[in-house]
Design a protein around this ligand. Sequence first.
Ligand code: GDP
Ligand code: MG
Length: 163
Amino acid sequence: TKPTVIIIGRPNVGKSTLFNRLVGKRLALVDDQPGVTRDRRFGDAEIAGMEFQVVDTAGWEDDDPESLPGRMRKQTEVSLEGADAAMFVFDSRVGLTPLDEEIARWLRQQKVPVVLVANKAEGKQGDAGIYESFSLGFGEPVALSAEHGEGVADLFDHLWPII
Ligand code: GDP
Ligand code: MG
């Protein structure tokens, strides 16, 4: 069976755009577990012949930081159990926010390998956020534009060794 890579990040960083970019027309098994379907989408992805299942999540899409340990986060944890790797997406134009830091802290406690993704990096507009993101401790980010497609193929080099 194919390895599974889960997309994680705060709202609006471009997780679903990246999912759609990776999956293209190859949609998508449905997870019909009650209460789970809404927050996760599965699709078959392929980069340069490397095939994997990708999972789009909405598990952190709750803008009240007080509720982070709640139901939605729980579902992200459940998703992570079956994952071979996580793509942790942030918005390189905005830079790191407190919620990004919170998710990063949580991810560092998980066993799954993490590929850091600096999205919205078309042009040079993400450069400051890209440098800032080294502080997260996940190594060099993959700078890309999910919307325009630039840099998406670079995910290959980061995912191939770990999935
Ligand atoms: P999610 O909430 O993390 O799933 O984010 P979405 O995929 O829904 O995207 C949030 C917003 O960011 C949308 O308006 C997208 O069009 C925009 N977006 C996503 N990827 C990019 C990108 O690479 N560059 C730019 N400029 N905007 C993007
Ligand atoms: Mg989304």
